[in-house]
Design a protein around this ligand. Structure first.
Ligand code: ASP
Length: 373
């Protein structure tokens, strides 16, 4: 991977003097700028992230204070090398989560804002949600479709939305504040690159009533991390593509199948590749390409073949949440049955449990097409 980051640099951007006077009632936030369109500029070779935007952030916060009548006390930090989020790897989200964790432990702000590129914001947010399961404050990612200072920019409004979201005290968790909505990161997906509302919430956020304790980590060293991958099934997919994906991602594969969990099984080479993977300890988790509904591997013959080959049903998890959860569990050293159990357990609202068939909605009738006893 030709991706390189240097540690986060703290910049001592301080709020205007009026803020200090209202210190007691001030909203206390920590802001990390990682890059993305939010602060980009076009140097002639396409838009690139720009560093050193602390003064512009201060201006936006001053405008927020004036517009909302709230005072804000904030700390601001930037990645030393800000990035287009297309260059983010799984370790980027872990690094941001680590920053948020240590920062909130030491200073206890009301919330954390992470300014991030939109392209991989939902992937990062989902991973951070798992990494930060025990954090005590809201962590809100935001960004922009049009850079700061450009006509029609949504950067300021989105940062204001993130601040207002923290001020509304939504409770702990990882969120995406964008356009007109606040999304739970484990349910969010980028679905528009030409619209201020770039993100959608897919499915229903239903956290467990009593969250299970975090799966115990068997391993902590980043050096031993096994990569996990994601592959979308399509008509004509060659079994060799899947076999290559399994080779490159020994940690496990999220397989984005059709409908309730089907894929071409004629000739069965694909199924054999999956069987081979699961036998050798590489989990294969099936999710759906549909925006609503849940995987049910018992419904169709291809789904049964997947089950028989040892695949795990991923219920109604989004692709971003499924990938994040698999990476989180594998990085903790979980495998085999234990991994299967946690993958199919709703940890923080990423999975509707039980992943049961839903009613089929017709125009004016709600039919339950099948039910299990
Ligand atoms: N390519 C940009 C990024 O993800 C897109 C954006 O931020 O909207 O960093």
């Amino acid at each position: 991977m030709n991706y390189r980051e240097t540690p986060v640099r703290e910049t001592s951007t301080s709020a205007p003097a009026t803020i200090a006077a209202h210190r007691l009632s001030a909203l206390r936030v920590h802001i990390l700028y990682t890059g993305g369109t939010f602060g980009m500029a076009d140097g002639g070779a396409g838009m690139c992230p720009r560093s050193g935007i602390g003064d512009e952030i201060t201006d936006i916060i001053t405008q927020f204070e004036e517009a909302e009548g709230k005072s804000v006390e904030f700390r601001y930090a930037e990645f030393d090398r800000v990035i287009d989020s297309a260059d983010a790897g799984p370790e980027t989200a872990c690094r941001i989560a680590e920053w948020a964790r240590s920062d909130t432990e030491s200073a206890q702000p009301d919330g954390v804002v992470v300014i991030h590129g939109t392209d991989t914001m939902a992937y990062a947010g989902a991973r951070m949600a798992f990494e930060l399961r025990e954090i005590a404050v809201p962590v809100v990612l935001t960004g922009a479709q049009i850079p700061l200072g450009h006509p029609g920019s949504d950067a300021r409004d989105n940062l204001h939305l993130a601040l207002n979201s923290i001020a509304a005290r939504p409770g702990p968790g990882t969120f995406i504040a964008f356009g007109s909505a606040l999304h739970r990161a484990v349910r969010a997906s980028k679905r528009a690159c030409d619209n201020y509302d770039g993100f959608t919430t897919l499915g229903e956020f239903a956290p467990p009533l009593s969250p299970p304790r975090a799966p115990e980590a068997r391993r902590h060293s980043a050096a031993t991390r096994l990569p996990v991958g994601l592959l979308t099934v399509f008509p004509g997919m060659h079994a060799d593509l899947l076999a290559a994906a399994i080779r490159h991602y020994p940690g496990g594969i999220i397989l984005e199948c059709y409908g309730s969990g089907t894929l071409p099984v004629d000739g069965s080479e694909t199924i054999e590749a999956i069987r081979n993977a699961t036998r050798h300890g590489t989990p294969v988790v099936v999710i759906t390409q549909c925006d609503s509904g849940s995987v049910d591997l018992e419904r169709y013959r291809p789904g049964r073949a997947l089950l028989d080959a040892g695949a795990i049903g991923g219920g109604d998890m989004t692709r971003e949440a499924a990938l994040a959860k698999l990476g989180y569990l594998v990085d903790r050293g979980l495998s085999g049955r234990e991994l299967h159990r946690w993958m199919t357990t709703n940890l923080l609202g990423e999975l509707s449990n039980p992943a049961a068939p839903r009613a089929i909605h017709t125009q004016d009738t709600h039919l339950t097409a099948w039910s299990r006893s």
